[in-house]
Design a protein around this ligand. Structure first.
Ligand SMILES: Cc1cc2nc3c(=O)[nH]c(=O)nc-3n(C[C@H](O)[C@H](O)[C@H](O)COP(=O)(O)O)c2cc1C
Length: 161
């Protein structure tokens, strides 16, 4: 039976969105964007400060987008920018709102130097009963030229279309 693939992502400044589209195209999966009800500030220093506060209190912002048919998928990719060493707040909300038990989950993270940080571990903690597969970290400024890395990673996971 064919694996049904969902590519879930949050992106603030579009790098992770670009990477998510590549994962979607190369796997033939469906795409779902996590959009918070309240937008984060565009100003870099402001979002950095807000994200730090939210991480400290494990704040989970309310989401605007709702996923209806999670049961249809066996494989869920989770994409996030690295914010302070881990996934962004809206991804915390997604993982709290949706039960991924029994599914395979693979993280993909964009960053500006610290790679995945603790994202894979943190996703794993928030997905009890899911099988966490090897993730991919891509520098935000290099996402446009990351396609061959993405293909290689997906081939290893046996999920390349
Ligand atoms: C709030 C905030 C915190 C960040 N923290 C880190 C970090 O700890 N390590 C890192 O390498 N990059 C960090 N970055 C850079 C982003 O991870 C990087 O620019 C990413 O590609 C942005 O993805 P996006 O365009 O999908 O939002 C941070 C950026 C923001 C806005």
């Amino acid at each position: 039976m064919q694996t049904k693939i969902l590519v879930v992502y949050f992106s603030h400044s579009s790098n992770t969105r670009e990477l998510a589209k590549q994962v979607q195209e190369l796997t033939g999966g469906d795409l779902f964007e996590i959009v918070p009800e309240k937008q984060y500030p565009a100003e870099y220093d402001d979002v950095v400060k807000q994200a730090k506060e939210e991480l400290k209190s494990d704040f989970k912002p309310k989401l605007q987008t709702k996923l209806k048919n999670l049961a249809a998928y066996d494989m869920v990719f989770i994409g996030s920018p690295n914010w302070w060493g881990t996934v962004a707040g809206p991804v915390r909300t997604f993982l709290a709102d949706y039960d991924l038990e029994g599914k395979s989950v693979a993280p993909f993270i964009t960053h500006e130097g610290s790679g995945m940080g603790s994202s894979a571990r943190d996703i794993s903690k928030r997905c009890p009963g899911a099988t966490i597969l090897d993730g991919l970290a891509v520098r935000g400024s290099s996402v446009k030229s990351a396609r061959s890395d993405v293909s290689q990673w997906l081939r290893k996971l046996n999920l390349l279309k």
